[in-house]
Design a binder for this molecule. Structure first.
Ligand SMILES: Cc1ncc(COP(=O)(O)O)c(C=O)c1O
Length: 424
């Protein structure tokens, strides 16, 4: 416990005291002494079921032994991690696997350092490819917190004290294909950037027919369609990519990160059709026109390849489909009487308070639910772009017992807090 106080003091002094205050008020300032799979083991003896797992970046949970074991052999070599003036078969191998899984004919991959890095690259590539500057995003969306990505966010929350987004950045409501059609009509939009499943808005899923219409509109107006699958890609929805779950073709650009490297290494990837690649890189003196110092570093590439192999060996997509459906059925069965529903797909889920539920239990009903789960040692996260939802991002290898435990605790919370007696 003394260590705990010392850790808190040094963090507060040198990192982010405002965050410390929030964490302390929730009781999460206690140090985890161990983390394994879906579980955080705290210094005070609590064992917390982690249904956030690094904002969805840990498909195999905390410290997955098989991944660490394979990865540790990569740490034992004397091969260079960075060799920017050479070529990397490790990058080639990971790229090949990703392009095959994505089903992009003759596709190419740019590797970046994290989600927002991929978003920035995709916008830049789209502008170079089209010679245009317009960007359309979707209300409720989230694409990271670089300056540009902050302007693209589907909520003003992140833009406090910043100038308004440049005029060429426009937004449409999710699913409103008429609005997207009119935003594209002048043929001045470089890209439509959207998440097939919006995470920060509480697992809002596009309908297949609307995504197909957006793809047609983009094709008609010469606009690049970018799917941001940084959260919903890599099997989270029950297929390798969310657009496969939703049964729509691959767009010109797909972005992935988070789960790609199992929560161990920050790596992102821009998967693109060859035409985009050629517009950007296959010009005179342009082969390195975009990049980053750590782009394609060996350890990151090896880690990505190990994660894909492990997910494949575990038949993780089936686990996601089965557990995801069971979780949904359980939440709907227990919560529907009180006006809670389970949204999302696969293991990109949220518990959503419907209007009658908000009316009955208050505007902060989602925060009440989140807090009640936390006091019963279950970690979830309120949806920043939808104050009526609590997000659930369990690891993709979550077990049936863990989902059952979650449902039992959810039921307890409903009885204690939200039943007639509890609410009285
Ligand atoms: C859909 C989506 N895009 C982009 C990002 C940004 O990724 P990063 O935080 O790695 O920059 C996030 C992060 O949560 C995300 O959920």
């Amino acid at each position: 416990m003394e260590d705990q106080a010392a850790d808190a003091a040094i963090y507060e002094r040198f990192v982010n005291p405002a965050w410390s205050n929030i964490v302390r008020s929730t009781g999460l300032d206690m140090k985890p002494v161990r983390a394994s799979g879906s579980w955080l083991y705290m210094e005070d003896g609590r064992k917390i079921l982690d249904f956030v797992t690094g904002y969805g970046a840990m498909p195999l949970g905390h410290n997955p032994f098989a991944l660490l074991e394979r990865f540790s052999s990569d740490l034992q070599t004397l091969l260079p991690n960075l060799n920017p003036l050479g070529i990397s078969a490790d990058a080639g191998e990971l790229a090949k696997k990703l392009i095959e899984l994505a089903g992009i004919v003759d596709g190419k991959v740019y590797f970046g350092n994290g989600g927002v890095d991929a978003v920035e690259a995709a916008l830049k590539f789209s502008m170079v490819h089209t010679g245009r500057t317009g960007i359309v995003t979707i209300e409720g969306g989230f694409h990271g917190l670089s300056l540009t990505a902050t302007w693209l966010a589907g909520s003003d929350f992140w833009r406090r004290d910043l100038p308004a987004p440049p005029a060429q950045f426009k937004q449409s409501p999710l699913g409103d294909t008429d609005s997207i059609g009119s935003l594209l009509a002048n043929n001045d939009v470089a890209a439509v950037l959207l998440e097939p499943v919006q995470g920060t808005a509480g697992a809002r899923v596009w309908k297949q027919c609307d995504l197909m219409k957006v793809a047609d509109l983009c094709a008609k107006h010469g606009t690049v369609l970018i799917f941001d699958e940084i959260l919903c890609g890599i099997a989270r929805t029950g297929h390798w990519f969310a657009y496969q779950t939703l049964d729509v073709p691959a767009p010109q650009i797909v972005l992935i990160s988070k789960a790609l490297t199992g929560g161990i290494f920050p790596v992102s990837a821009v998967l693109m059709q060859d035409a985009i690649y050629r517009s950007v890189f296959a010009r005179d003196s342009a082969a390195k026109i975009h990049g980053a110092t750590f782009s394609g570093n060996r350890l990151g590439m090896r880690c990505g390849s190990h994660v894909l192999s492990l997910l494949h060996e575990l038949d993780i997509c089936s686990n996601v489909q089965i557990r995801g459906e069971y979780l949904k059925l359980g939440i709907d069965r227990l919560g529907s009487k009180l006006g809670f529903s389970c949204e999302g797909i696969g293991l990109a889920r949220s518990i959503h308070a419907m209007p009658e539920c908000v009316h009955r239990f208050g505007d902060d009903v989602a925060v009440q639910l989140w807090h009640a789960l936390l006091t019963r040692n279950v970690l979830t996260i309120p949806a920043a772009h939808d104050l009526t939802s609590v997000r659930l991002l369990p690891p993709l290898n979550v077990t049936a017992d863990e989902v059952d435990l979650f449902l039992r605790i959810f039921d307890d919370v409903l009885q204690d807090l939200f039943s007639e007696e509890g609410a009285a």
